[in-house]
Design a protein around this ligand. Structure first.
Ligand SMILES: Cc1cc2nc3c(=O)[nH]c(=O)nc-3n(C[C@H](O)[C@H](O)[C@H](O)COP(=O)(O)O)c2cc1C
Length: 239
């Protein structure tokens, strides 16, 4: 079992150079956001609105590829970069680095997950669940495997859904989330993978900020869009 990696999110990885996507709407949006970020901050803010850039919120990204230097990882980094640009603290969790068993379907299908909102299996599941429960928003990035979530994402989210579905599990209802399906192959199966995420987010009551499909061909501009989506997700939470 390993602890989570804390990371400083920096630019420059994952095809985020905006010059390559100039003359697009996304580039325009990024420039506009940059202008907003460099504008002088007001001396005082209305009550209830935390100061932008004051690390007033935390965004956690779960990435489900075993490859820490591939498409999926670069997309998780793009999302965290956008969140960091809005002033949020960020944390990347590479799920394959943790021990997360499949659901045991205890006791004819339901057990403590339904009764009390927790899972009896002793592994890293609870720690990772706590990270997203404690965060202000989260991002789930999975590689598309056989048109579905990757196995570690499935193992984690199957148990998450059981613990957080309905009234027993609290902590994810209304919490903003971005789901990303990263298809590094033909691109087939991306919609079904995204649909699996949509069902998950619905079951746990999450507020879907965006659902994004990415293929090899779209990775450059989708990565830029994801960065903007994460930044705006944070900004919308403050507004
Ligand atoms: C077991 C397996 C199944 C896959 N199934 C699909 C698929 O259904 N559609 C697709 O476009 N790519 C598929 N791929 C390619 C992955 O989506 C691709 O490896 C991944 O997005 C990029 O992963 P990376 O993060 O390691 O770069 C599959 C890959 C593996 C290993």
């Amino acid at each position: 079992m390993r602890g989570a990696q804390h990371m400083d999110v920096r630019s420059g990885r994952g095809g985020l150079e905006t010059s390559a996507v100039s003359d697009t709407l996304i580039d325009t949006a990024l420039r506009r956001d940059d202008e907003q970020l460099t504008s002088p901050a007001p001396e005082t803010l209305p009550a209830g609105k935390p100061e932008a850039g004051g690390n007033d919120m935390k965004v956690v990204a779960l990435q489900g590829s075993p490859n820490d230097d591939g498409l999926t990882a670069s997309l998780a980094e793009a999302a965290l970069q956008g969140a960091a640009e809005s002033g949020a603290d960020t944390e990347l969790v590479q799920l394959t680095e943790y021990q997360i068993s499949s659901c045991g379907q205890c006791n004819n299908g339901w057990f403590k997950c339904r009764e009390e909102g927790w899972c009896v299996i002793e592994d890293d599941f609870a720690d990772i669940r706590e990270k997203i429960m404690d965060a202000d928003a989260w991002v789930l990035v999975t590689p598309v495997y056989f048109g579905d979530l990757s196995e570690c994402v499935k193992a984690f989210t199957d148990r998450l859904r059981r613990c957080n579905v309905g009234a027993k599990g609290q902590g994810l209802e209304g919490k903003p989330v971005i789901g990303v399906a990263a298809a590094g192959g033909s691109g087939r199966g991306t919609p079904t993978c995204l649909m699996a995420m949509d069902r998950l987010f619905t079951h746990v009551g999450a507020e879907i900020a965006d659902l994004i499909t990415v293929t090899r061909r779209s990775s450059e501009y989708k990565s830029a869009a994801l960065r903007v989506a994460a930044r705006q997700m944070c900004e919308q939470m403050r507004s």
